[in-house]
Ligand binder design. Structure first.
Ligand SMILES: Nc1nc2c(c(=O)[nH]1)N[C@H]1C(S)=C(S)[C@@H](COP(=O)(O)O)O[C@H]1N2
Ligand SMILES: [Mo]
Length: 381
C-alpha cells in the first residue's frame, strides 16, 4: 500500500538521482534512508515511508543498540542454557535450529519510540515515530530450547543475555561493564510468539539486528528482544537487573498507592499517521489519503479511528488487510478538507480487549510507553 502525498512526490524526486547513480532501483517513494539518532553506537530510525510496508524491508528496520555491535562468529557460537534447569545445555547454532523451526511476522517497537513528543523533553534518544518495525523472523521457539533444558520445579523467570557489553556512565550508572540482559516470566517465554531468530525477512539476521541469534518477543516492547543472545539463565526468583530496574522500568501503584518500579513489558496500542507529514500543505476541497500503521501489543488491533478536528469527532479508518495478532496493520483514511487554515489530524488505535490510546500523558510511565494522542498539524489552503 502507498499513500503518495505532495511531500512524497517531492522527496522521491530528490532521491531518484542518487538511486540511479548507485545502480540500485528502489521505488523511491517507498524507500528512504534512515534517520540517524546516534552515530556510535549505531541507532537508526525508520523514516515515515517505512509505514507503507506490511513487512519492513530489512535495510529500513530501526536499530537500537546500547553498545557497539559485537562480532559473534557463527561457526564457534554456543548458546548456554543454565541455572534452575535439570539439563544444562551448550548448543551450536545448528543444534538450536534443529530443535524446531518457526517463522513469524512480529512487530517490534522500542519503548522509547515517540519520545520526541514528550513535554517537557525527556532524556534518551529522541525517537520520532519510526523506532518500530515489522519483520518475518525465522528460527526456533524459545519454548523448544526450554523443553530441552527442563526447568526445575519452582522456575520463575528466563533471563536472556546478549554478548554485547559496556559501562553506562550517565546517571544512573551501571556498576562497571555489564551485558545487555532482560528477563521473561517462564509462562511468556514458552508462548508461540517468543522465538530465537537467526533469520530476518528471508535472509540471515544482520549483525546490527543481533546475528547470529536473537530473541524476538512478540507483543512486548523491543528491550525484551535481546540481540546477540548467547546465554539463558533460568531463575527461581524475579530478576532485578539494570535493564529492568534502572532502565526500562516504570512506576506502578502498589496496594497503598505508593509507586513501585516494575519492568516494562507489553506494548501499548498505538496508531501512527505516516502521511501527511507535519505542516504539510493540503489543497482544500480535494480528497487526500491519510495513512499509517497501528499495532496493539499482546492483543490485536480492532479499530483505528481518525479525527480531522483535533479529537472532537472520530471516523473509522480502513485496513489494507484484516489485522493479525503481534503485527502492525496498515490503515488509510480518505479526507476531503473543506475549510482553509490549520487542521489537527489525530489517529487512535483500539485493541481487541477494548484498550485505547490515552488522550494525555501519564508521568508514571517515565520516558517509555509513549502512546498518548499526538496530533499532526497540517495546513489546508
Ligand atoms: N544485546 C542487546 N539486545 C538488545 C538491545 C541492546 O542494546 N543489546 N537493545 C534492545 C532494544 S532497547 C530494542 S528496542 C531492540 C531493537 O532491536 P533492533 O535493533 O533489531 O531494531 O533490541 C533490544 N535488544
Ligand atoms: Mo528499545
Amino acid at each position: 500500500m502507498t499513500f503518495p502525498s505532495r511531500r512524497d512526490a517531492l522527496c522521491a524526486a530528490a532521491v531518484l538521482p542518487f538511486a540511479a547513480r548507485s545502480g540500485a532501483q528502489p521505488a523511491a517513494s517507498d524507500f528512504y534512508g534512515m534517520i540517524v539518532r546516534m552515530h556510535d553506537p549505531q541507532n537508526l530510525e525508520m523514516p515515515a515511508s517505512g509505514f507503507a510496508h506490511a513487512v519492513t524491508p530489512t535495510e529500513q528496520f530501526f536499530v537500537r543498540s546500547h553498545f557497539a555491535a559485537p562480532a559473534v562468529d557463527p561457526g564457534t557460537f554456543k548458546l548456554v542454557v543454565e541455572g534452575h534447569v535439570e539439563n544444562r545445555l551448550e548448543l551450536t547454532l545448528a543444534e538450536v535450529q534443529q530443535l524446531a523451526k518457526v517463522e513469524q511476522t512480529l512487530t517490534v517497537e522500542c519503548a522509547g519510540n515517540g519520545r520526541v513528543y514528550l513535554v517537557p523533553q525527556a532524556r534518551g534518544l529522541q525517537w520520532g515515530n519510526g523506532g518500530v518495525g515489522t519483520a518475518v523472523w525465522s528460527g526456533t521457539p524459545l519454548g523448544a530450547v526450554l523443553d530441552r533444558a527442563r526447568p526445575r520445579a519452582g522456575a520463575a523467570e528466563v533471563v536472556l543475555f546478549g554478548a554485547d557489553r559496556g559501562a553506562i556512565t550517565a546517571d544512573p550508572a551501571s556498576p562497571g561493564p555489564i551485558h545487555f540482559a532482560r528477563s521473561l516470566p517462564l509462562a511468556k517465554a514458552r508462548k508461540d510468539e517468543v522465538i530465537l531468530a537467526a533469520g530476518m525477512n528471508g535472509g540471515l539476521l544482520p549483525r546490527s539486528h543481533g546475528a547470529p541469534l536473537r530473541a524476538v518477543v512478540g507483543g512486548w516492547y523491543g528491550c525484551a528482544s535481546v540481540k546477540w543472545l548467547n546465554r539463558i539463565v533460568v531463575t527461581d526468583r524475579p530478576y532485578r537487573g539494570f535493564w529492568q530496574t534502572m532502565d526500562y522500568s516504570l512506576y506502578a501503584r502498589g496496594p497503598a498507592g505508593e509507586p513501585e518500579t516494575v519492568a516494562l513489558t507489553e506494548a501499548q496500542p498505538k496508531a501512527v499517521i505516516a502521511a501527511p507529514g507535519p505542516q504539510e500543505a493540503i489543497p482544500a476541497g480535494r480528497p487526500v489519503r491519510l495513512g499509517g500503521a497501528a499495532w496493539a501489543g499482546e492483543s490485536k488491533v480492532a479499530k483505528v479511528e481518525v479525527s480531522a478536528d483535533g479529537g472532537a469527532t472520530w471516523r473509522p479508518a480502513r485496513f489494507a488487510a484484516e489485522p493479525k495478532p503481534f503485527q502492525w496493520a496498515l490503515w488509510s483514511f480518505d479526507w476531503t478538507p473543506a475549510a482553509r487554515g490549520p487542521a489537527r489530524l489525530v489517529a487512535r488505535c483500539t485493541d481487541a480487549a477494548g484498550a485505547t490510546q490515552p488522550p494525555a500523558r501519564d508521568p508514571d510511565r517515565r520516558s517509555y510507553l509513549i502512546n498518548h494522542l499526538v496530533p499532526v498539524e497540517v495546513v489546508v489552503r
